[in-house]
Design a protein around this ligand. Structure first.
Ligand SMILES: NC(=O)c1ccc[n+]([C@@H]2O[C@H](COP(=O)([O-])OP(=O)(O)OC[C@H]3O[C@@H](n4cnc5c(N)ncnc54)[C@H](OP(=O)(O)O)[C@@H]3O)[C@@H](O)[C@H]2O)c1
Length: 425
């Protein structure tokens, strides 16, 4: 049974997918019983060299969508527009869509899922989070019977590479970014990665799938790694932690919250051992316990393989002409403000080394109902560095306590604040 494939985008992912479809057509047909025929690949610049024959390329993506011999559309061009308009047009024509576009899915998920359901076709996006790691299908299908409590993920390989290099090589943030760019792990403009925006879109998708409540990227608290000082990665080790940029989606019992920020992760936690550009996602639930998904979060080969899995699944459904039930539904639910959520903090304070200083600092925390779990002090003449780790308290209390500390005469500087993420949700 033949299914014609049109690809929007012929770059890292789309180019590899086109090549795989051409090279592996017989192998795929033998395994799945489906003959996937590459019809066309839309690109922006027809003069660029491609990893697939140039005869497949066109610079008119709307023609790919409308082509009657294209039964299924793959969107791997990225960005919001024109990708969104093209995907909606494909769905309106009754064509299933496979996408790897986290930005579009995070921003427009409900519109896309509703449109796909109303047309009775699939919209699959396995590669949008965690690249080559099978994650979306396990979350939305295999685990749909579990009351997931928390999802913790390292979902941006670029920032994990930078943090690993800073810690293991002792490099500054700037040196680690330059090395990531040299090795092709970071773009010339790394803002989307280091600001946490890329991970924020993924956190929004993970929260939606884990809890069935659409959070949307605007409600995700996002703090990037730009402000991190290499000294705090060293102090983290002394205290028994490693610093990771974590995406956290949580059901606190009162509601759902999603956030992305650098976090101290205990050295014995599996996420702490995820090094370099790898991705890993840790899922916790009362009956399943703990699940860890780990692997390549990006790259043409891994990502195109995840996309191809979706293509085969969508083609199978198309051929079965089954009434495709909407895969994902969102119900009412409470989305929490991160300020109300309980967190633990690590703080590095530069203080005056004099009697009574610790008491004043403890007093400020007490006034803001934040209790201190551990204190470590390093004196240097009349000054000292104080490392504190707090117990759980509302994020807003931590912020207020930190503001108050900045006004204490004995505190010369609040040099760093990083949230601590431990095993207990
Ligand atoms: N790369 C990864 O490892 C990875 C992993 C997971 C998810 N993703 C997602 O997959 C998507 C594609 O990523 P990528 O790395 O493959 O990007 P890419 O290498 O930049 O490729 C984008 C492709 O889309 C084409 N394109 C862009 N705008 C177009 C337009 N208006 N009309 C026609 N063609 C257009 C480009 O044409 P030209 O080649 O002519 O410029 C290029 O072929 C993104 O949503 C990304 O977030 C990527």
């Amino acid at each position: 049974m033949r299914v014609g494939i049109g690809i929007l985008g012929g770059g890292t992912v789309g180019g590899t997918l086109a090549r795989k479809l051409l090279e592996d057509r017989e192998v795929i047909a033998a395994k799945s019983g489906i003959d996937l025929e590459l019809v066309r690949v839309a690109v922006r610049d027809l003069s660029l060299p491609r990893v697939f024959p140039a005869s497949y390329a066109t610079d008119r993506p709307e023609d790919v969508v409308a082509d009657p011999s294209v039964d299924l559309v793959v969107e791997v061009m990225g960005g919001l527009e024109p990708a969104l308009g093209l995907v909606l047009a494909a769905l309106d024509l009754g064509k299933p869509v496979v996408t790897a576009n986290k930005e579009m899915v995070a921003a427009e998920g409900p519109t896309l899922f509703t449109r796909a359901a109303s047309k009775g076709v699939s919209l699959l996006f396995e590669a949008a989070v965690g690249g080559g790691i099978p994650l979306i299908r396990p979350l939305s299908e295999s685990l749909s019977g579990e009351r997931i409590r928390r999802v913790l993920g390292i979902v941006n390989g670029t920032t994990n590479f930078i943090l690993t290099a800073m810690e293991s090589e002792g490099w500054s943030y700037e040196a680690a970014v330059a090395e990531a760019q040299r090795l092709g792990y970071a773009e010339a403009d790394p803002t989307a990665d280091v600001s946490g925006a890329d991970a924020g879109a993924k956190a929004a998708i993970l929260a939606g799938l884990a809890f069935g409540v659409w959070v949307g990227p605007d409600r995700v608290f996002v703090e990037g790694i730009e402000g991190l000082d290499a000294a705090d990665l060293v102090y983290a080790r002394q205290l028994g932690y490693r610093v990771k940029l974590l995406a956290v989606a949580e059901d606190t019992g009162d509601g759902v919250v999603a956030r992305v920020h650098p976090a101290f992760v205990p050295l014995d936690h599996p996420l702490s051992g995820v090094r370099g550009a790898a991705n890993a996602v840790f899922i916790e639930g009362p009956d399943i316990g703990e699940l860890l998904f780990m692997g390549p979060g990006a790259g043409g080969g891994p990502t195109a393989t995840a996309v191809l899995g979706d293509v085969i699944e969508a083609a199978r459904e198309l051929l079965a002409a089954a009434q495709v039930a909407p895969r994902i539904r969102f119900g009412p639910g409470t989305v929490l403000d991160f300020a109300d959520v309980e967190t633990k903090w690590y703080l590095r304070l530069e203080v005056v080394d004099a009697p009574g200083v610790l008491a004043q600092i403890a007093g400020v925390f007490g006034e803001h109902r934040v209790s201190i779990m551990s204190v470590w002090q390093e004196g240097r003449g009349d000054a000292a560095t104080l490392l504190l780790v707090t117990h759980d308290a509302p994020e807003s209390n931590h912020r207020a306590a930190t503001d108050a500390l900045r006004h204490l005469d004995v505190v010369r500087q609040v040099a760093a604040t990083v949230r601590v993420v431990t095993d207990e949700p």
